[in-house]
Design a binder for this molecule. Structure first.
Ligand SMILES: NC(=O)c1ccc[n+]([C@@H]2O[C@H](COP(=O)([O-])OP(=O)(O)OC[C@H]3O[C@@H](n4cnc5c(N)ncnc54)[C@H](OP(=O)(O)O)[C@@H]3O)[C@@H](O)[C@H]2O)c1
Length: 311
């Protein structure tokens, strides 16, 4: 799989979002483990998790425990949210909570240092600089190698850059064919060389075609992905992920999956590369896009500038 960078780490350009393996509707443990191993076999070397990826109140870290002990993969976890067990999500990004949460993640993952620790969500009750300060302390204490932020805006990214310096390496915001509001953050990440991990990247693309023919969405902007998929002879989900990869060399999508076939199909999106039909079919996001893509794409630029072909 082609690779991209998160700070000093080089990872497969398609990651795995592990959340669906632990929340409501999760598969049994055997299928969850098979899904993770299918991802690794397909060249995935980044898995996104969080201490709050669980279902019932008394199983904090369910998802992290599932991933503990994996080798050759960057486990990116998060702290700052909670799940009381009634289906809701709470936020606590106080320094005390973040430090406690990080200790819990270290213990469950069975490591001395977490490669990438992400603030799950800024807490309106806590000054943002206080949350960042806690992450800086965890970094200075050697408990986390790199810092990521999720659900942040442009001002917060700039503030974090100022306060955290090169330890701050990634942003994880919602971005998909249906939800494109994080375009300013996506652009800023490209400008600053920060990895941008679109969460719920398949939003709007209809349910898996593994269950039968995908229904064509009514929204023409979404239906376009299905038309493009037909032209390319691949799944609309794969087109969606390839389109996301084409937006910037710092984008690393983290599609979720609860079965091996889904993540195998998603991982293959990294092989599509930039396709001249993307702008017409799927809608450009990056206005300076075509030049930018032409420079970066490995088939056109010999693997320079962002993407690299791994063995
Ligand atoms: N930071 C945050 O606040 C935040 C919030 C939400 C999510 N996230 C992260 O983002 C990750 C992804 O989001 P998500 O899981 O909500 O949504 P998603 O990736 O947009 O969609 C996941 C669903 O798409 C299906 N799918 C995946 N690849 C497919 C393929 N190639 N063909 C057909 N169907 C496919 C899966 O089906 P099957 O179940 O049948 O395999 C799964 O149900 C999460 O796992 C989590 O790590 C972060």
């Amino acid at each position: 799989m082609i690779t991209r960078r998160i700070g000093d780490f080089e990872v497969g350009a398609i990651g795995l979002g592990a959340m669906p393996l632990s929340v409501e509707g999760r598969p049994d443990r055997d299928r969850a483990v098979a899904t993770v191993h299918a991802a690794l076999d397909a060249g995935v070397t980044l898995i996104d998790t969080a201490d709050s990826y669980h279902w019932h109140a008394d199983e904090v870290g369910h998802n992290e425990e599932l991933l503990a002990g994996l080798e050759g993969v960057l486990i990116a976890t998060k702290g700052g949210r909670g799940r009381p067990g009634d289906g809701s999500w709470t936020v606590d990004a106080s320094p005390e909570h973040l430090k406690r949460a990080c200790e819990g993640s270290l213990r469950r993952l069975g490591v001395d240092v977490i490669d990438l620790y992400q603030l799950h969500k800024p807490d309106p009750k806590v000054p943002f600089s206080d949350s960042l300060g806690a992450l800086a302390e965890l970094h200075a204490e050697g408990k986390i190698r790199a810092i990521g932020l999720s659900n942040v805006d442009v001002d917060q990214i700039r503030q974090a850059r100022e306060l955290l310096g090169p330890a701050f390496v990634s942003v994880q915001n919602e971005f998909s064919p249906r939800v494109r509001t994080a375009e300013p953050e996506l652009r800023l990440c490209a400008e600053l060389g920060l990895a941008f991990l679109p969460w719920s990247p398949l939003g709007g693309i209809s349910r898996s075609s593994l269950d039968g023919p995908s229904a064509l969405p009514e929204d023409p902007a979404l239906a376009a992905f299905h038309h493009a998929a037909r032209d390319l002879g691949v799944s609309p989900q794969r087109v969606c992920l390839a389109w996301l990869l084409s937006l910037s060399p710092t984008v690393i999508p983290i599609p979720g999956a609860t079965r091996p076939a889904s993540i195998r199909d998603s991982a293959a999106a990294a092989e599509i590369g930039w396709w001249s039909g993307f702008d017409e079919a799927c809608g450009p996001v990056w206005t300076g896009g075509s030049d930018h893509r032409r420079v970066r794409h490995p088939r056109e630029a010999g693997g320079r500038d962002g993407d690299r072909q791994a063995g």
